[in-house]
Ligand binder design. Structure first.
Ligand code: NAD
Length: 247
């Protein structure tokens, strides 16, 4: 479905990002994954190469708070594979801090990675995509972007902002043939959820009509569809992939 396409996936070293990188590779794309550290990027690339030595994959670790570093990383992708056709803004962190003790620097940290980095990477990618004649930008939102959550308000606030970027950039970039969509995952089995205590997780899973927690591949499949030409008339959408869970 992505034969000959060039993709960048941020937070591509594990969880939803790694599953998406793998799905894109299996479907013929060349992929640059961005991680937070050299070691985790190298490990992910080595594991994928071990699965299939023919995969066209590169690992980078730009500081996602720096426009200059992001610019250099996109230049490196262009030099290695060509200008990207697809960007998946997936790197993210969550929060559970109660408002009363929430430190302003922690609120700013989550907004920095979950929102400002999405803006910066989209800007760098869109400049190259416009030059190339089009592209696709996909964002990892969350079901909390629809319902909020009862503690750690920085996290849902950041994902509401991701939806805002998605819908606004879809309107701004349509004229440049760049589609912009988001996937809003429900509860997905990744390291992020491993931090949630079992007793807190069980009632959430019990309330999911499909009766199970989501797997990273469930989200990767949605990204594959939205990245492909099958979604050629879809832009500005926030696609819930949550088993109809509403927590
Ligand atoms: P994860 O913790 O397994 O992976 C997070 C990824 O982000 C990693 O690749 C990590 O390297 C990267 N990252 C973290 N901090 C970074 C930093 N400072 N700079 C660069 N990269 C950094 O989590 P996941 O569950 O796979 O989450 C991926 C995305 O999915 C996030 O945006 C998250 O908010 C979203 N999401 C997850 C769930 C869930 O239930 N797991 C639900 C809804 C949305």
């Amino acid at each position: 479905m992505l034969q000959g396409k060039i993709a960048v996936v941020t937070g591509g070293t594990r969880g939803i990002g790694l599953a998406t990188v793998k799905k894109f590779l299996e479907n013929g794309a060349s992929v640059a994954l961005f991680g937070s550290r050299k070691e985790s990027a190298d490990t992910a690339v080595a594991a994928l190469k071990a699965e299939n030595p023919d995969y066209r994959i590169a690992g980078l670790w730009p500081d996602l708070s720096s426009a200059a570093e992001i610019g250099k990383a996109f230049d490196a992708v262009k030099a290695e594979f060509g200008s990207p056709d697809i960007l998946v803004n997936n790197a993210g962190i969550s929060a559970t801090d109660p408002l009363y003790t929430y430190r302003p620097e922690d609120f700013e940290k989550i907004m920095g990675l979950n929102v400002t980095a999405v803006f910066l990477c989209s800007q760098a990618a869109a400049r190259l995509m416009r030059e190339k004649g089009g592209g696709v930008i996909l964002n990892t939102s969350s079901m909390v972007s629809i319902y909020g959550q009862s503690t750690g308000c920085g996290y849902p606030a950041s994902k509401f902002a991701v939806n805002g970027l998605t819908k606004s950039l879809a309107r701004e970039l349509g004229k440049d043939n760049i589609r912009v969509n988001a996937v809003a995952p429900g509860v997905i089995a990744t390291d992020m959820m491993a931090a949630v205590p079992e007793e807190a997780l069980k009632p959430i899973i019990d309330a999911i009509p499909l009766g199970r927690i989501g797997q990273p591949e469930d989200i990767a499949n949605a990204f594959l569809f939205l990245a492909s030409d099958m979604a050629s008339y879809i832009t500005g959408a926030v696609l819930s992939v949550d088993g109809a869970g509403r927590s």
